[in-house]
Each structure stands twice: as structure tokens, then as C-alpha cells.
Design a protein around this ligand. Structure first.
Ligand code: NAD
Length: 477
């Protein structure tokens, strides 16, 4: 069986450690085993990243940007290969996989402008003979811990930006689909990133615990579920590390009576069931304003859902979890309008497939509404006014993304101004910000003051220094 190694100091590293199986979700077979880094490997990676830091931090932003530009070109050239790895280990279809790698490359493209983005402020003559300027300097060795659902995109949202700021990096990818991270590290080396600047340490929560407590790391960026995000935030802070941790989601789409229902149905179905709902920006709740809107929308969505090809889930255990939610929804009295799970002949199909389900008349006390399902299950809720709709969104514990579908500009602006969520779509179902902005949710979707990529991430991956200087002519005191 192929054993997926670590990547330390510019080369693969295999140690005598325990391993975990890596599955192909499409057929359920074990396709590889991934190493679980023990203390010796963690120490080796942290030493390599620290050894590389002093030289790398002294390179100019332009030198680093040139290397990143070569990295971006290599990513373009290898996009099909990267997408194939995503599909093999994650299960999402090739088109979606390629789209996700592209969203990662977009951030690398933006990072090539780092020499300009790192500029500080200069104030001349803040007092007599005194000038003042600020600069942003690297934080040190940074750690990225990433989830299974975007094994190329989320690492690409982290380490290129961190190293462009002059830091070195250790990436701990998800143990469920770790191969992309190694390919990215190989390409980074080919682009000219010096050994030790980007390292990949594979493993599970035991590896994360070792890394978080290590004194040789200065910052931690995490993406995953909220329970873990909260724990990692507090552990990192306790160990004197800068931390930003992003968690789960329950993204609501509010559909107003004046919306273009055909279009809303079309894009909501894509946003709910694409990548089998395993997206932190997936729409998992529709809040229809008025019974008439709800009836029309449910009617329009049904044939689209029935013909939607759903990709497999990540593991058998996760499929069981999603099935539990479907059972719970039925028990709690939600109306299961479409139950592809039992009607489709999935039983004979190998792999972790699950049919798309649609619940209507979902109420706010139900478990399928309160918790993140992370599967191909969409909940429809019915309210009478836009105020009731926004109240629902704002009361939910998650606040990652949300969307409103309407033809009325005033309602759209009112919603954007008053909704408690970090990313808002207006007639756009999955409002992932482009690379020029930053990505991050509110409430239990994020435990941080800064967001991922864009201007916010530059603040996270650099320390601010302000210099006040006084120069006088010879002989003047
Ligand atoms: P997860 O929390 O199980 O794992 C994420 C990472 O943390 C992995 O690398 C894993 O090895 C590690 N980990 C898991 N349990 C740990 C523990 N107890 N202690 C320390 N480390 C631990 O998440 P997942 O299942 O891989 O990903 C799905 C989750 O990620 C969903 O909740 C989804 O909403 C969320 N997500 C959020 C965003 C966002 O930007 N907010 C983006 C993508 C995914």
C-alpha cells in the first residue's frame, strides 16, 4: 500500500509512525495510507522552518513575488493534475475540483502583488525634525491546519500569502485527503521556494496537539469545524501564538416574493447540492417569504434536484452522520418532500454515495436546522415577512455566508446592512469573496479578528512596527 509521507526541508520524509487509511469516496476502497506525525517528525519540521526563516525573511518582497509568480505559472500548468487528486481523494466531480483549484490560484495571483501590498505609512514632520513610518514584518514560523473539503484551495489561501510576507510555513492538511498538499509543496520547490520555507506534516488531532504546543511556532491559521476551531483558538493563544480559526456554517438564502423564482431555484439547487453539500458556503437553508413563494420555489426545485448528480461523501462515517440527520428531521416533523436517499437505487452502488434530500416546513427548534449537516440536504423554512426572515438568520449560531434573492434594491441593501453574517450575496448564492477581498464569517463561524487571504491576512501574517526618527543638523541638540 502506498504510504503518503511528509514534506520537510524540501524533500519527502517517511518515518516509522502509525498510519491512517485514505479512501476513494467514489468506490469506498482504501487507496493509500497516510503517516501520522509523531513528536520527532514535528520537531524536524519546526527546526527546518526555523532554520529557513532568517534567510527567507531577509529576501526582498520582490524576490519573493518573483518566486510566487513562477509558482502560479506551475499551478496553471498542473491544474488538471491537482484537480484529479482532489477528485480521487475527496470525491467531488472533476469540474468542481478544477474550479476549486482555480479559486486557490486566484489568491496566488493576487499575492504576486505583495511588494505593493506590504507598503507601510510614512508621515513626514510629525513634530519638529521628527518623521515617523510604519512597516510590516514577518511573524515567524506559521502553521496552517486545513479541512478535507478543499484540499488544494484552502492551503493555497494560506501558505503563499504567509511566505510572501516573509514567514516560513508548516501545513497540516486533512488526513482524509492529504496528497494535494504534497503536490503543492513539490511545485513550490520547483518554483524556487527554498528548502524549509514550506513544509507539510501529515497526521490527525494528535499531530495538531503536538504542533500547537511547540514553542518554535508563532502563528496558527485553522479551517474546519467550529468545535475544533474554538479549541484550537484557545490552545494556540494559551501557548502564546497568534491565531485565526474558521469554523462551520449554516448558510441561509432568503427568497422574497418578488424574486425571479426560476433563477433562484436553479442557483440554490447548485449551491445546496454541489460538492454534495460539503462546502462551508453551501446553502443549507432556504427562507421563503410567504407560502406562495415557498410553494413555487419547492415546485421549481424538485425536478432540478431529481436530475442533479450528487458526488459521494468523504467517508462512510460521515454518510451515516448525514443519514442520522435525515432520520431526525422526519422524527421531528419536517416534511421530506424529496427522499432520493431511499428512492434512488444507491444501495448497490459502491462508495459513499447519498441521494439528495429536500425538507419543507422545517422549524427553528429542529436539529436539522440548528446543526451543520454538511451533506446533500436542503431545508426550506416558511416565514411571512422579511423581518422574520432576517431574524432567523441573525439568531442562528453560525454566521458564515448568506444570500437574498429579490428584485428590490432597497430590500437587498437593507438585508446586506442588517444581516449578521460575514459574507453576503445579493442574487448570488455562494458569495465567496474574490482574492482582492478577504474571506471570513461571523459568530461561531470564526474565532478571529482577521479573515483569510486579502488585506486582512496580510495583517495576520505580519507584525506592525512603527519607527519615530529624529535627525538634526550637526551641533544642534
Ligand atoms: P475538522 O474540524 O474535523 O478537521 C479540520 C482539521 O483539524 C483537520 O486537519 C483535522 O486533522 C484537524 N482536527 C480534527 N479534529 C481535531 C481535534 N480534536 N484537535 C485538533 N485538530 C483536529 O473539519 P473537517 O471535517 O475536515 O472539515 C469540515 C468542516 O470544516 C465543516 O464544519 C466546514 O463548515 C468547515 N469549513 C469551514 C470553512 C470556513 O472558511 N469557515 C471552510 C471549509 C470548511
Amino acid at each position: 500500500m502506498h504510504q503518503i509521507p511528509h514534506w520537510v526541508n524540501g524533500q519527502t520524509l517517511t518515518a516509522k509512525e502509525s498510519v491512517l487509511p485514505v479512501y476513494s469516496p467514489a468506490d469506498g476502497k482504501i487507496i493509500a495510507e497516510v503517516s501520522v506525525a509523531a513528536e520527532a517528525t514535528v520537531n524536524q519540521a519546526v527546526s527546518a522552518a526555523n532554520a529557513a526563516l532568517s534567510t527567507w525573511a531577509l529576501t526582498t518582497p520582490s524576490q519573493r513575488a518573483s518566486i510566487l509568480f513562477r509558482f502560479k505559472t506551475l499551478l496553471d500548468e498542473h491544474i488538471d493534475e491537482l484537480a484529479a487528486i482532489v477528485t480521487r481523494e475527496h470525491g467531488k466531480f472533476l469540474m468542481e475540483a478544477k474550479g476549486s483549484v482555480q479559486r486557490g490560484i486566484d489568491v496566488v495571483n493576487q499575492v504576486c502583488g505583495m511588494p505593493q501590498m506590504l507598503s507601510g505609512r510614512y508621515l513626514a514632520k510629525v513634530s519638529t525634525d521628527i518623521d515617523s513610518y510604519s512597516l510590516r514584518q514577518p511573524v515567524g514560523v506559521c502553521l496552517g491546519i486545513t479541512p478535507f473539503n478543499f484540499p488544494a484551495m484552502i492551503p493555497l489561501w494560506m501558505f503563499p500569502l504567509a511566505i510572501a510576507c516573509g514567514n516560513t510555513f508548516i501545513l497540516k492538511p486533512s488526513e482524509k485527503d492529504p496528497s494535494c498538499a504534497l503536490k503543492l509543496a513539490e511545485l513550490a520547490k520547483e518554483a524556487g521556494v527554498p528548502d524549509g520555507v514550506v513544509n507539510v506534516v501529515n497526521g490527525d488531532h494528535t499531530t495538531v496537539d503536538l504542533l500547537l504546543k511547540h514553542p518554535g511556532l508563532q502563528a496558527v491559521s485553522f479551517v474546519g469545524s467550529s468545535t475544533v476551531a474554538e479549541k484550537i483558538y484557545h490552545t494556540a493563544i494559551t501557548h502564546h501564538k497568534r491565531a485565526q480559526t474558521f469554523g462551520g456554517a449554516k448558510n441561509h438564502a432568503v427568497v422574497m416574493p418578488d424574486a425571479d423564482i426560476k433563477n433562484a431555484a436553479d442557483v440554490i439547487v447548485q449551491a445546496a447540492y454541489g460538492s454534495s453539500g460539503e462546502r462551508c458556503m453551501a446553502i443549507s437553508v432556504v427562507v421563503a417569504v410567504g407560502d406562495h413563494t415557498a410553494d413555487k420555489l419547492v415546485e421549481a426545485m424538485q425536478p432540478l434536484i431529481q436530475s442533479f448528480k450528487v458526488s459521494p461523501l468523504i467517508t462512510e462515517a460521515h454518510r451515516e452522520r448525514v443519514r442520522d440527520y435525515i432520520r431526525s428531521g422526519k422524527e421531528e416533523g419536517a416534511v421530506l418532500v424529496l427522499d432520493q436517499e431511499t428512492t434512488a437505487s444507491l444501495a448497490e452502488k459502491p462508495g459513499f454515495h447519498l441521494g439528495a434530500c429536500l425538507f419543507d416546513h422545517v422549524k427553528s427548534h429542529m436539529k436539522i436546522y440548528r446543526e451543520e449537516i454538511f451533506g446533500p440536504v436542503l431545508c426550506v423554512m416558511r416565514v411571512n415577512t422579511k423581518e422574520e426572515a432576517i431574524h432567523l438568520v441573525n439568531e442562528h449560531e453560525y454566521g458564515n455566508g448568506t444570500a437574498i434573492f429579490t428584485r428590490d434594491g432597497y430590500t437587498a441593501n437593507w438585508f446586506a446592512a442588517n444581516v449578521q453574517a460575514g459574507m453576503v450575496g445579493i442574487n448570488v448564492p455562494v458569495p465567496v469573496p474574490v482574492a482582492q477581498h478577504s474571506f471570513g464569517g461571523w459568530k461561531r463561524s470564526s474565532f478571529s479578528d482577521t479573515s483569510m487571504f486579502g488585506p486582512d491576512a496580510i495583517h495576520f501574517f505580519t507584525k506592525l512596527k512603527t519607527v519615530t526618527e529624529r535627525w538634526m543638523p550637526e551641533g544642534v541638540k
